[in-house]
Design a binder for this molecule. Structure first.
Ligand code: NAD
Length: 545
């Protein structure tokens, strides 16, 4: 169990209750109550209820205790919540049910313009800023959870508020019910979604075309984040919409950016020139391919030709090395980085590919826990002074190796990042700190930057700008500790830094629509970002000042 689930601690050294304002007192009570709950899922339902009842207290609590609360409202506990959604899904607040959870299904297609257009009367449509939309077809590493994906939409939006300063009233979580292929849900009479098999890709894309148009017509300034869509829908959705609307896919682009940021730092720390890096991806789904293509594009932006950049990458999937000549038909998303060397068809296991490539970096996005074995980690330590090992699959049980295994397998030399949180490790008398390459470093800053610049679309350059903003956000003290990512407790400051970088990139590309920000200096843009942020401890009238 991670250390941040430590048993309840009495408040020590803080202000006495009489010194606390009314909101702070409620926050301290809620924190004490949270710590008294022994079970993770119960902690989640307590926090979800609090969010509905009193958003200011919920966000004050989360914002002041990110390390403790994020694993509950987001990965890994959110996965458990999505799996149990039919039993626990929190009732929406009576005051505004839509804003807390909008469920749509394919049968809504003929009425979609009226349904979505009608939201204008219930939501402040000109102020709506961000929606997270899922069909729950591939939730974290847990597979198809149907409308249980709503937990992810809500969890991500909670982080937009806590980490990015978006006003909770400007967020809209959406789950689209296209059925489910999860046999357990199909057989469960208590399942809250439709107990039908998933609809065809064609029908889903037909629905999504109308959905995206209606959303944009109704909420012209809204950024739409696609989340946890299975790969065969994720890529077409991205490619169809990226030039039309301000939208992005967090699994493909958000993951790409956060891993790129960690990789920029790790390439610097392992001391190997970019042209000599050899990067091996274990897992070639939407996240693996998305990340590989993002880093590849970064190499191009650093001056390599496209072919030279591509030559630095190897992908492994369940059939072995992804190669043009391995005798099967590759899905389109795997073709771009597929290899064609003669030996490729013989390389079937990760171990064989590792020995063949001798990579400087090994990145896991396979959903299969424990696959970076001791043998593989030791091999990485043989080839490299500072091997880069990123075990990015979520939740914790799916991580390709734990931090402890990586430290031991490489005798403490590893540059490590994971998707889910791991505790620091003591090894041979020295303390080692893991990096958490979690998307939550990127999407709040990327989103708030895109919102405030009022972008017409989110080109790849903006995603790269967010990665650079994150890589540049470490303090001198964090840099001296050889960290790959900044302290998560500083997430608001990090998001501000990323937002400024994104706004400037949008202005450079001419995709910004907020004329007020044009011609402003970095400091002026930063002040504008800070001013636009929601602060749960301020009263409503103080927010806008
Ligand atoms: P996916 O199901 O689309 O892809 C999984 C890939 O792994 C496929 O290419 C599959 O062939 C391969 N694979 C599966 N089993 C394998 C095996 N035994 N040997 C070799 N290859 C195997 O999933 P995805 O959307 O790409 O997500 C992958 C993982 O990345 C998930 O666990 C997800 O939680 C994680 N992820 C992490 C972050 C983060 O914040 N770090 C962000 C997004 C996704």
């Amino acid at each position: 169990m991670p250390a941040h689930f430590a048993p309840s601690q009495p408040l020590q050294g803080g202000p006495s209750p009489s010194q606390l304002g009314p909101k702070e007192l409620l926050i301290e009570r809620a924190l004490t109550r949270l710590r008294s709950i022994p079970n993770d899922l119960e902690k989640y339902t307590f926090l979800a209820g609090l969010r509905g009842r009193n958003p200011d207290v919920f966000y004050g609590l989360v914002g002041g205790n990110m390390k403790e609360c994020c694993p509950i409202i987001y990965t890994p506990v959110i996965g458990l919540a999505c799996q149990n959604w039919s039993l626990i899904h929190p009732p929406p607040p009576e005051s505004d049910p839509t804003i807390d959870a909008l469920y749509l299904s394919y049968s809504d297609l003929p009425n979609l313009p009226q349904l979505i257009g009608g939201l204008k009367t219930r939501l402040p449509h000109d102020q709506m800023q961000i929606s997270v939309v899922t069909d729950g077809s591939r939730v974290l590493g847990l597979g198809d959870l149907g409308v249980g994906g709503m937990g992810i939409s809500q969890g991500k939006l909670s982080l937009y508020v806590a980490a990015g300063g978006v006003n909770p009233k400007a967020t809209l979580p959406i789950a689209i019910d296209f059925g489910t292929d999860n046999e357990t849900l199909l057989a469960d009479p208590l399942y809250v979604g439709q107990r039908i098999r998933r609809l065809s890709q064609e029908k889903c894309l037909e629905f999504m075309e109308v959905f995206m148009r209606c959303m944009h017509e109704t909420f012209p300034n809204m950024v739409i984040q696609h989340e946890d869509w299975q790969t065969p829908l994720a890529f077409p959705l991205l490619h169809k919409n990226r030039d039309l609307y301000p939208c992005f896919n967090d699994d493909i682009q958000g993951t790409g950016a956060v891993v790129l940021a960690g990789a920029i730092r790790a390439f610097h720390l392992n001391g190997v020139a970019l042209k000599d890096q050899k990067i091996l991806f274990f897992g070639a789904g939407s996240s693996g391919v998305g990340v590989a293509e993002t880093i590849c594009k970064y190499f191009e932006l650093q001056g390599m030709s496209e072919d030279e950049a591509k030559s630095k990458f190897w992908l492994v999937d369940s059939k072995g090395l992804v190669a043009h000549n391995r005798g099967d038909t590759l899905p389109s998303h795997k073709k771009y980085l597929a290899r064609s060397e003669p030996d490729a068809p013989k390389l079937r296991t990760l171990k064989e590919v590792v020995e063949h490539v001798q990579p400087t970096a090994l990145l896991g996005l396979s959903t299969v826990g424990g696959t970076f074995t001791k043998e593989i980690l030791e091999a990485m330590a043989t080839y490299n002074k500072r091997p880069i090992v990123f075990a990015l699959s979520n939740p914790v049980a799916q991580a390709e190796c734990t931090f402890e295994e990586a430290v031991e397998g490489t005798d403490g030399r590893v540059l490590y990042a994971s998707g889910s949180p791991f505790d620091p490790v003591e090894y041979k008398g020295k303390r080692y700190e893991p990096g958490q390459g979690n998307n939550m470093y990127i999407f709040p800053g990327l989103g708030i930057g895109a919102i405030l610049a009022r972008v017409s679309k989110i080109p790849e350059e903006l995603v790269h700008a967010s990665a650079q903003g994150l890589a540049d956000s470490l303090t001198p003290e964090e840099t001296a500790r050889h960290l790959l990512y900044p302290d998560i407790e500083r997430i608001r400051e990090v998001s501000i830094k990323i937002a400024v970088t994104v706004i400037q990139a949008a202005q450079k590309l001419g995709v910004d629509r907020n004329e007020e920000l044009r011609g402003k200096s970095s400091a002026e843009i930063e002040a504008y970002v800070r001013k636009g942020m929601y602060h749960p401890l301020l009263e409503a009238e103080q927010q806008a000042q």
